[in-house]
Structures are given as structure tokens and as C-alpha cells.
Write a protein that binds this ligand. Sequence first.
Ligand code: MRU
Length: 341
Amino acid sequence: METMRWEDNKLVLIDQTKIPQEISYVTCRTYQDVAEAIKKMVVRGAPAIGAAAGFGMALAARRFDGNDLEQFREFLACAAEELKLTRPTAVNLFWALDRVKRVIDSCSDFRKLPEEILNEAWAILQEDIEINKMIGKFGSKLVPQNARILTHCNAGALATGGYGTALGIVRTAHKEGKEIQVYADETRPLLQGARLTAFELMEDGIPVTLITDNMAGYAMKKGLIDLIIVGADRVTACGDVANKIGTYGVAVLAKAHGIPFYVAAPVSTFDLSLSSGDEIPIEERDAQEVREIYGYPTAPAGVPVINPAFDVTPHQLITAIITEKGIIHSPNEANVHLSLS
Ligand code: MRU
């Protein structure tokens, strides 16, 4: 399944707001189109947002019609600022835009700049797939034969360049012949677990059972879950992890039941400038997402709600973080530093 492709100088995104009812695509012709697609979650998931923003910069570069390098750089800086304003939590967005900025700063010929930015966007996308496969290999070592794995939200092919982080581990374990079974939290309010994770795994023929978010404790208590694997949107220097709202609750439940809680994250998801999870900006989304499902009201109109899109799981609740560099057991500042340096 292709999350995004570059076609005829446009970025084509699979529309993740429509899956599974329909498989349709959104074509981005401008960087503003990409910004809109990120905001509306046509494309979502930390690594996928980063890659899309890279292509957004490639689209911006194609719009400049001057011939002054400094003006070109200023024009691109404005585009990057607009892309940065889309979603605040996943650090991969800022990481990818920084990568593109380094290309812009080091290029001395404005005629070559559009091609160089496009090449960088491609590199971000393709490297991500390779990184996910490495995460899959390391992570699969933690998955026993016949494991029953709970996951939250979607950290799969759709959330990345392809293959997935948490679901990359699941895919690798499945390929290795382990008879695994996945339990997918539906993940209210936007149902990424029900709509995307269940869809992806069924497409690949990997056994998946859907549960509502409030069944996770029941499933753990009944002995139905052997381990948990989730993705991440931002990991701090001490190993605190921001991920989809509800992840923290799953981690607390896992601790209470003595079940290992693993996080799969590429190095690009680490923000070593932050010392603790309290510093991670948490996106607050439109209240209507909580009051309704697919535009159908599920609560009285106007009832006050909060809608944080992410929460932070403190590192003390995390058994290990799996990156493309290896496994960080019992993450804390020293272990994270050792593993990433
Ligand atoms: O709001 P979303 O759907 O972008 O949130 C996605 C998640 O929380 C994922 O778990 C995370 O980005 C990791 S994706 C490999």
C-alpha cells in the first residue's frame, strides 16, 4: 500500500480520512495543498507527515519564478513556516523540514535547487522504508512464537513511507513464521485503529481482532495480551514518549498487569532538545471530533469537550524503545544517549 507518490510533479496522497470505505487519492499541486492535507489528516502518522512536508517543499520550489538565490531562500523559508504550523506534536515534520533547509542552505545555484529539494524529499521517503524494516528486524526479536500483541492507533505502512514501525515489527514477526495475533484498539476519536490498522493487517493476511479502547483492560486481565507495541510522535532525551491519545492509559494498564510495553520509533522521532515529556507540545483538535462520528452527533450539541490528539507516556512505564539502531531497554536519559550517540 502506497501512502504517497510523486507523479507528474505532483504529490499524490492516499486519502486516509476515507479508508476503509473507499480507496481514493488527493493530488497536491502546491505546498499549501500539502499543508491542508496534513491538517485534515489526509496524510497522518509522524514519519508520513515528515515525508509529505519534504515533497511540499519540492512543490514550493517549483512555484518560484525569480532568479535571485536569496529571494528564493526567503520564499522557501515562508513555505516551511506554513508547513510547520500544520500539526505541532510529531517532531518528524520539523526534522524533515530541517533536512530540506540544510539542502537549501548548501546549494549555491538557484537553478539546481528545485531538483535538489525533490531528491531530498525522495531520500526521506525511501530511507524511512528501510529504517522501518530495520526496526522490524530488531523488534521481532522481542516477539515470541504465538504472541498476542496489542497496538494503539496506526503505526503502520500508512503512517510511514511504507511498512510501518509498530506494524513493521508485526509484519516481520509474521514473515518469520511466528503465529501472531494482533489486537487493535479502535482509537477514538478518529478511529485510526479500526479504520487503518485493521484494514492494513487484513490486507496482509495478518490475524487481527478489533476492540474498543475501553476493552484493553479487560483483554489484559483475561490474559489475552502478551505484549504491547505502539508507535511514537516524539521521544524526549529521557525516553518519555508522545503518541496517540490513549497510549498512556494502555501503558498504565500494561504495568498493572506485568505486560511488556514497547515503543517502535525511528531516530527521526527523537527530540533530544527536550529533557522531559512535559515539554512536548500537544495538539488540541476540533471539539466536533469528539461530539460526532463521521458527522453524526454522538453527544448533545455544544457539550464542552477536550480533544488532545496525543498524550505522554513516561519512560518508567516503557519496557523498551526499538529504533533502527537497536533496542533501548529500560529507557532513561543515559540509555537513550548511549544508544543514539
Ligand atoms: O494523529 P495521528 O493519526 O497522526 O497519530 C498517529 C500516531 O499517534 C502514531 O502512533 C505515530 O505517529 C507513529 S506512526 C509510525
